[in-house]
Design a protein around this ligand. Structure first.
Ligand SMILES: O=C(O)[C@H]1O[C@H](OP(=O)(O)OP(=O)(O)OC[C@H]2O[C@@H](n3ccc(=O)[nH]c3=O)[C@H](O)[C@@H]2O)[C@H](O)[C@@H](O)[C@@H]1O
Length: 430
């Protein structure tokens, strides 16, 4: 090794100064040539490494979100069969978030009245995915097929529109939960912003374009103090990132309506509850803890003021979803071009009867026949709002929306479902 190195050292550092210029010139050229070759090789290696790394991260990101389980003749057959209409003038609906709480109920209601329904869900683990799988078993028994995939997978969305000419999209997939946004902010951007735009891009290109009905949230009212909340009230003071992404959704859908003629209906849901509900919500987790003899945390506002919600029962929400779908009006564009103005609507879907959180706990205690162990805690500044109260006159006028279930009746139905689903053995719910 050292012997091989010797000539090169000799060349680079000549012992005869007189010959230095000549040799150094030649050497300079050779040196330059080899340096530039090395430089090119280095560049090549850097480019190779960079492309490997980005490909690798693309693969791992994609495999996190995109399932490759879709496609194929059998899959297409399932999608088509699920989308079959069983009533004259029926509609074919793509329900995103079909394995979710509202998505399951809306899918069932559409199917039961004879519409075609295809579900889409990414089965993420924000809460127990087993519950989602069980909801899907229920849907399956009604011949509703739920495709496993992510909203951000545009190829999948395009494929679905290739297989079925959906007349409507009921877009209920979202990262839900107000307080979780502080823990995992990017999941809200991924689903509620990026996912929404991917869906709208697909819908705008579809021919015919579907009408879109989608879930906004009462949380867009944020710190609004005017009660009851009307659609024309301020919504520029969100209290959580969740609320901000829902508000952004309202603006984003407006631009797609304006530029591409997509018919858009945004529904501001007010604290929806009921059987097959979301375990992250207070009424659900309180039930679990009360039955297991564990304490619950009840938030209170400043000066010990009770928090209150316009709790809305799932069956009322389903009626609102179907009513708004039936009156949504057509999109006017095709092939990404607008042909005329299309409807852009926003509706509150609430119960118009706020109930305080301690009262909700009280109802649960009576239904469960167990006293709750309550820890009273001042509402942390984590995105919560003190109260919500819907004015529903717009929805009533447009499609006869009229909630009929009070909290007591709705929670009774929820508790009955909870006990039958989780079981109740020796005084303990599983
Ligand atoms: O109306 C809506 O748009 C929103 O309704 C709910 O959000 P939220 O009303 O905060 O529902 P919960 O998380 O069930 O909380 C209900 C009430 O219980 C209180 N709470 C919650 C959790 C807890 O441990 N203790 C407690 O007192 C909250 O402060 C709140 O006043 C949903 O979680 C959101 O996804 C939805 O968008």
């Amino acid at each position: 090794m050292s012997r091989k190195m010797q000539p090169m050292e000799d060349e680079l550092f000549p012992s005869t100064p007189g010959k230095f210029k000549d040799r150094s010139n030649r050497q300079f050229h050779r040196c330059f040539t080899s340096t530039s070759t090395m430089f090119l090789w280095a560049l090549f290696l850097i480019a190779l490494t960079a492309s490997y790394l980005s490909f690798h991260s693309f693969i791992s990101t994609s495999s996190k979100y995109f399932s490759t389980t879709w496609g194929g003749i059998q899959w297409e057959r399932q999608v088509r069969s699920s989308a079959e209409l069983r009533r004259p003038n029926g509609v074919s609906v793509l329900v995103t978030g079909a394995a979710g709480f509202v998505g399951t109920h809306v899918s069932l209601a559409l199917k039961k009245r004879g519409d075609g329904v295809v579900g889409l869900d990414n089965f993420n683990n924000y809460y127990d995915p087993l519950l989602k799988r069980d909801r899907v078993k229920l849907l399956d028994s009604y011949n509703i097929f739920v495709v496993e995939g992510d909203l951000n997978d545009q190829r999948l969305l395009e494929k679905l529109f290739d297989v079925v000419a959906f007349t409507h999209v009921m877009h209920l997939a979202a990262q839900a939960g107000v307080r979780y946004a502080m823990e995992n902010p990017m999941s809200y951007i991924h689903s509620n912003i990026a996912g929404l735009v991917t869906l709208l891009e697909t819908c705008k290109n579809a021919d015919p374009q579907p009408s879109i009905i989608w879930a906004s949230s009462s949380s867009v009212y944020g710190l609004n103090e005017k009660v009851p909340f009307s659609e024309s009230d301020r919504t520029d003071q969100p209290a959580s990132l969740y609320a901000a992404t829902k508000k952004a959704g309202e603006e984003i859908t407006h631009t797609y309506n304006h530029i591409y003629g997509l018919s858009m209906t945004g529904l501001r849901f007010f604290t929806v509850y009921g059987p097959w509900g979301r375990p992250d919500m207070a009424y659900f987790s309180f039930t679990k803890n009360i039955l297991q003899g564990k304490p619950i945390t009840v938030y209170r506002g400043k000066d010990r003021v009770d928090l209150a919600r316009d709790f809305t029962y799932i069956d009322d929400i389903v009626k609102g979803c179907l009513g708004s779908l039936d009156t949504s009006g057509k999109s006017t564009g095709s092939g990404g071009k607008k042909r005329g103005p299309a409807p852009y609507r926003i509706f509150n879907l609430g119960n118009t009867a706020p109930v305080s959180v301690p009262m909700m706990v009280n109802i649960l205690e009576r239904q469960l026949k167990v006293k709750a162990k309550k820890n009273w805690v001042e509402m942390p500044g984590n995105g919560d709002v003190p109260f919500t109260h819907a004015n529903i006159s717009s929805a009533r006028k447009e499609f006869g929306y009229k909630p009929t279930t009070d909290l007591q009746t709705g929670l009774r139905k929820f508790v009955r479902w909870y006990l039958s689903y989780y079981g109740y053995h020796q005084g303990k719910a599983l």
